[in-house]
Design a protein around this ligand. Structure first.
Ligand code: MLT
Length: 262
């Protein structure tokens, strides 16, 4: 299936819609990824749901609109896409940075959500140490984008040996991003707000999928969270930061189960 395009602030935003009927579910990829990562999920779920996948700003086939792509800007771009498709309520799933965007969307457009799925993601803001590691990454990208990507991507996966092919696939997607796009996303993640309040008060169910050996987003931050207050489901998997690639069947099953609850 070919991508469709939305005009947003003078740039093209790529997306795909599969399935004509059922509730709408939107999937957001993480930093350096693309909507391609959700192809299998989208095909399988489209029998019962209307599935939308989108390339976030500066990723995949989508253009760059500036030097900082904030989580809020990505969320507003998603809202514009939903308006153009005349979709009001969605279940929103985001992996890592896609989860940060999903939380920004939840804050800006609370009436448009009826479920939230956060995969290897977190509602916390960056700590001082994380911000400084992001600054180092920006310098590396400025000096040598290719080398920086080749060093960074393997750290997303639990095992360099076991996940060799997945690492190659992710690197291929990452290389589609320009220097400007990569830096704009890093800057956007660096300034993102803490949004834990959403986890406490959102009037819809939330699912967290976490990787036991995730070295990018600490699972401890999530496990410490008191889940007794509301419909908050936590699924901890035996994998690294890329659970939907490392454990696709398991993640698919968990998402399906969550969707069936509603
Ligand atoms: C991602 O996978 O989206 C990012 O690495 C998340 C992050 O750096 O916080």
């Amino acid at each position: 299936m070919k991508s469709k395009f939305l005009d947003y602030k003078g740039e093209k935003i790529a997306y795909k819609v599969r399935g004509k009927k059922g509730k709408a579910i939107v999937f957001l990829h993480g930093f350096l990824g693309s909507k391609e990562l959700w192809e299998d999920y989208s095909k399988r779920l489209s029998k019962t749901y209307r599935v939308i996948t989108i390339d976030l700003l500066g990723h995949g086939e989508s253009g760059c609109i500036g030097y900082v792509h904030s989580m809020e800007e990505n969320a507003s771009m998603l809202k514009e896409l939903l308006n153009s498709l005349r979709i009001r309520k969605i279940i929103l799933a985001g992996h890592s940075m896609g989860g940060y965007v999903a939380l920004a969307f939840a804050e800006l457009f609370p009436d448009n959500l009826n479920g939230l799925i956060l995969i290897n993601s977190s509602a916390s803001a960056d700590c001082k140490k994380k911000k400084s590691s992001r600054n180092k990454l920006i310098s590396l990208i400025k000096n040598d984008k290719q080398k920086a990507i080749d060093l960074l991507i393997p750290t997303f996966f639990e095992s360099k040996k076991l996940h060799r092919n997945l690492i190659l696939k992710y690197k291929r997607l990452a290389h589609l991003c320009s220097k400007q796009a990569i830096i704009a996303s890093i800057e956007g993640m660096k300034i993102r707000k803490e949004r834990e309040i959403i986890l406490h008060f959102a009037p819809y169910p939330i699912l967290f999928v976490i990787g036991k050996r995730d070295c990018i987003v600490s699972p401890i931050q999530l496990l410490d969270f008191n889940t007794s207050e509301k419909e908050l489901y936590v699924e901890e998997l035996d994998c690294g930061h890329m659970s939907m690639m490392e454990k696709p069947e398991k993640v698919f099953r968990v998402i399906k189960q969550f969707l069936n609850l509603k």
